[in-house]
Design a binder for this molecule. Structure first.
Ligand SMILES: [Zn+2]
Length: 250
């Protein structure tokens, strides 16, 4: 929590690099009110480090008229990386109605090693506090860790979410190719399914999952899993998934 609080509280400097499009010289003669109109900003926030010391970063994109606060986590299981491309595509969007937070990669050690788990061999999506219970042993597919929030990557997501309280959170996984009815507002999940072209299905709900914690403890918000199809998504597919995220941002 400490690093994040410092970064967000500071508003400038430190690890935050806000980048706003400066008004063009042509606008210089306009009224002060027009000059003060909000612009699109992209900020990068250093959230902390993984077990192996790799940085975990959030990108915050605010459009000219911020809409609902939406969080996208591109990757939590290190061998399911397709969502990272979706997150990166969203960073280039010019949508005006946007208040979008993204963690492209919550499990950089797992991505580097090509493993589902983090460097402690923990399944991060079994390490959140809601209904946490011991599952498996180190190296097992769904090892939940020694206790809830034992892993720095899970704590980083937990702290970020409690701070920004997203109305909608989308956690990308692979390879099932469905939008999971994970809890929260079914209409939100239906909308994502309709725009993305992925079918809506209810998958097994596991103890200690990130969306389970969010949906149980933050009433009025919706967190859900999107299982993208296997392999690397095409450019068309990435754009379609990005449009589905933007459809929930208005
Ligand atoms: Zn997964």
């Amino acid at each position: 929590m400490g690093a994040l609080a410092v970064v967000i509280g500071s508003g400038c400097g430190g690890a935050q690099h806000a980048r706003a499009r400066a008004p063009s010289p042509r606008l210089a003669g306009r009224t002060a009110r027009a000059a003060a109109a909000p612009v699109r900003t992209v900020s990068r926030l250093d959230l902390g480090r993984s077990v192996r010391g790799r940085p975990i970063v959030a990108v915050h994109i605010r459009g000219e008229r911020p809409g609902r606060t939406v969080l996208v986590v591109g990757c939590i299981h290190g061998n399911e990386t397709a969502g990272i491309a979706v997150a990166r595509a969203l960073e280039r969007t010019r949508a005006r109605r946007l208040d979008l937070w993204e963690v492209e990669d919550l499990n950089p050690d797992g991505v580097a090693a090509g493993t589902r788990q983090n460097a402690d061999q923990v399944d991060l999506n079994r390490n959140f506090p809601q209904g946490w219970r011991p599952l498996g042993r180190p190296g097992d597919q769904q090892y939940s860790g020694p206790r809830a929030l034992s892993e720095p990557e899970a704590r980083i997501a937990y702290d970020l979410i409690r701070r920004i309280r997203p109305s909608v959170s989308i956690w990308f996984h692979q390879p099932v190719g469905v939008v999971d009815e994970s809890g929260g507002d079914l209409g939100v999940e239906q909308r994502f399914a309709a725009v993305s072209g992925l079918p809506l299905r209810r998958l097994t709900r596991y103890p200690g999952s990130a969306v389970g914690w969010q949906d149980a403890t933050m009433p009025g918000t919706t967190a859900f899993v999107v299982e993208l199809p296997p392999g690397r998504p095409s450019g068309d597919a990435v754009r379609r998934y990005a449009r589905a995220v933007l459809a929930l941002s208005r």
